[in-house]
Design a protein around this ligand. Structure first.
Ligand code: SF4
Length: 317
């Protein structure tokens, strides 16, 4: 399977992860049998890749080295990553490039909408790099992308997977009032791991963002996710579930962390499938409407089908 991506420099000679380049190599555990993925070779994969390239778009599927890319792209499901391919943060788990991003592309909202139409997406997931360099954290650009998709593909449901908008007053409101169908923001890990795994973020800022969505629009669906295998304790996962339920989050995803390279945080443990099943049962018992927990669960994996089921659980808005 192709998960280990690279630390090699780009065409201009810049390292992909300058902040990680001088770190010692981390151990890499051998993957267990249950981490099996489809090779990205199908005609559907090639067609998805062509549409993404033609529209000059980035996807988190490629940038994060997602193990599900063979399966998702075969089914023409890609998750668009807007506002460039360079992130202002340097999370220890993430394979997206770190650096100072370029200016926003004003044509990008229309390009995302065109690609959504060409792929025939019934449900589109839009995420982004962190843009701490922008006054609004990129919230206005998210809103423009939502508006462009609505105009071109009125029947497509829209899921946004946003940054935390740390210290960006009013940013969350901008995205919420653009009315995506589902607002997703990942916690990524348990609070005790933030300093080592997600050092630029604050756990309770992320929780408050999700709560804020429901405060502004109680009917909007909310979603969050964590990775396991980073050294967290089981009780900490249960605490995260409680914190998310206290923020009235509807949908929880839990997946296995996979190490993009030796310079990234090590996989401390491969969590076996039966533990994921147990976590899923507990999460439902705690009141989530929808839970997806498995080794290869990712925020956007089967997001369309899951959203359709989630929506069906509630009376029409
Ligand atoms: S799970 Fe999400 S990020 Fe991974 S390939 Fe599928 S759509 Fe892309």
């Amino acid at each position: 399977m192709a998960v280990l991506i690279d630390n090699v420099p780009d065409a201009a000679g810049r390292p992909r992860h300058p902040e990680k380049a001088h770190r010692p190599d981390q151990p890499a555990l051998r993957k267990p049998d249950w981490i099996r993925v489809k090779a990205p070779v199908s005609p559907g994969y090639t067609e998805t890749q062509r549409i993404v390239r033609e529209n000059g778009l980035h996807t988190v599927c490629e940038e994060a080295g997602c193990p599900n890319i063979g399966e998702c792209w075969e089914n023409k499901h890609a998750t668009f990553m807007i506002m460039g391919d360079t992130c202002t943060r340097a999370c220890a788990f993430c394979n997206v490039k770190t650096g100072l991003p370029g200016a926003l592309n004003a044509a990008e909202p229309e390009h995302v909408a065109q690609a959504t139409a060409k792929l025939g997406l019934a449900h589109v997931v839009v995420t982004s790099v962190d843009r701490d360099d922008l006054d609004d954290g990129g919230a206005g650009h998210f809103a423009a992308v939502i508006a462009a998709i609505r105009a071109r593909c009125p029947d497509t449901t829209i899921e946004v997977l946003t940054p935390d908008f740390l210290r960006k007053d009013g940013a969350a409101e901008t995205v919420i009032t653009a009315r995506p169908d589902i607002f997703n923001h990942n916690l990524e890990t348990v609070p005790s791991k933030y300093l080592t795994v997600r050092p630029g973020a604050r756990y309770f800022v992320s929780i408050r963002l999700l709560q804020h969505v429901k405060d502004i629009d109680p009917a909007m669906f909310t979603k969050s996710g964590i990775m396991v295998g980073l050294g967290e304790e089981r009780n900490e996962i249960l605490q995260v579930m409680d914190d998310l339920r206290a923020a009235d989050v509807d949908f929880l995803t839990i997946g296995q962390y996979l190490q993009p390279s030796r310079k990234h945080h090590p996989v401390v443990r491969f969590v076996p499938p039966d533990e994921f099943e147990a976590l899923q049962t507990i999460a439902y018992a705690k009141g989530f409407s929808m839970v997806s927990a498995s080794p290869l669960t990712r925020s956007s994996h089967h997001a369309g089908e899951a959203f359709a089921r989630l929506k069906a659980l509630r009376p029409a808005r």
